[in-house]
Design a protein around this ligand. Structure first.
Ligand code: PMV
Length: 359
């Protein structure tokens, strides 16, 4: 498919108003996306677990209007929010050519997250995917008669233009984004991983350890730009291809030991890219390192398969098979919670993706 396939050619101009509502989860990458080309095209493929509990719920009300400008209000947790508007304005500008009805309506965007505000958990993936899905439902109301497959692909395509990783939040449990030799995926949208998945990886657990609930020190926009002219960029991009191919084999065989190695190496490589760019950043905090060391010690002592991954921040995602849930919950409570801000952590697990709440 090409971007042309996502252009809405004609639509019903007699629909006056309506309301749609979606919930869409966050996701956690196993092979990381870091570095992009123009139009939100990734420099390398990535794969993630879609989450279940950490999600954004967005209600979109559309009302026919006069005039040719974009018109929208954003409410976050019931209160009007000006801070989110520039990002949504940019999003509308980017997707307008695929959704020509955007200037015909005033949109009221009413949104909330299930995870606490200021938890250091990025809401761009869940937020942008929820909004993209709502807009797809509007497009359907205006006459689009789509297969589930096309609907999800276009939703993912649009979400990508809002925030790259958001394109991996539409479906679950594993989603691949970015052209590569190992799967059927595309640079334009994410698709559910089409390889075999061993029992070991079903219902995989993710506990997010909130080490630092502050604003991100490096925004994604700045972060991805650090890969332009980065001395290790090309090697990193080809490493991501290799790791995706290896992970495909591991997901089929159930080889947890190799899974742990790939996932932890990917997390540390992401941070190594930031430490070796110009300007350079250290996004881990002392407690991040303490947690990593505790995990390694625990794994050694208990012959466990728990491992960590990191986003572009100090929080730690603890990944483990469902069979280890009881033991790892105890490990978190007795040993890891003290490294979290206000001892705060969130238990989550791999899920099936976004859900329609109202159409
Ligand atoms: O979607 P963005 O532009 O916020 O980038 C997110 C990048 C990472 O979270 C660090 C990695 C990933 O693949 O999700």
């Amino acid at each position: 498919m090409t971007a042309q396939d996502f252009i809405l050619k004609s639509y019903n101009t007699n629909i006056e108003k309506g309301t749609v509502k979606w919930s869409s989860p966050s996701n956690i990458a196993l092979v990381k996306y870091w570095g992009k080309k123009e139009h939100q095209i990734p420099e390398n493929p990535s794969i993630s677990f879609t989450l279940s509990n950490c999600k954004t719920i967005t209600e979109l009300t559309y009302t026919k209007k006069e005039g040719n400008d974009f018109s929208f209000d954003v409410y976050f947790e019931g209160k009007m929010n000006e801070a989110f508007k520039p990002k949504i304005q940019t999003f509308f500008e980017r997707i307008e050519q695929y959704m020509p009805f955007l200037r015909d309506y005033h949109f009221k965007i009413d949104t909330e997250n299930t995870f606490p505000h200021s938890s250091g958990i990025a809401s761009s993936a869940s937020g942008m995917s929820a909004l993209a899905l709502c807009l797809m439902s509007v497009e359907e109301e205006l006459g689009g008669d789509y297969s589930n497959d096309y609907f999800n692909k276009k939703a993912s395509f649009l979400a990508r233009l809002g925030s790259g990783s958001a394109c991996r939040s539409i479906e679950g449990e594993l989603v691949v984004w970015g052209a590569n030799e190992s799967t059927e995926s595309s640079d334009l949208f994410g698709i559910p991983f089409d390889g075999q998945v061993h029992e070991n990886f079903k219902n995989y657990q993710d506990t997010i350890l909130l080490v630092d609930k502050g604003e991100k020190q490096v925004s994604s926009t700045v972060g991805h730009k650090l890969m332009y002219g980065h001395p290790f960029a090309q090697l990193r991009f080809s490493q991501a291809h290799d790791n995706l191919a290896k992970l495909k084999t591991v997901l089929a065989s159930g080889d947890l030991e190799t899974f742990v190695k790939i996932v932890e190496s990917e997390a540390l490589t992401l941070h190594a890219m930031m430490m070796t760019s110009m300007p350079y950043f250290i996004l881990m905090k002392p407690n991040t390192l303490d947690i990593i060391n505790r995990i390694w010690k625990y794994r050694e002592e208990h012959k466990s398969n728990v491992c960590f991954t990191l986003d572009a921040g100090a929080n730690v995602h603890l990944l483990y098979p469902e069979s280890e849930q009881t033991a790892i919950h105890e490990f978190i409570e007795t040993d890891l919670a003290k490294y979290c801000q206000n001892e705060h952590f969130i238990h989550d697990f791999a899920g099936k993706g976004a859900q329609l709440i109202k159409n």
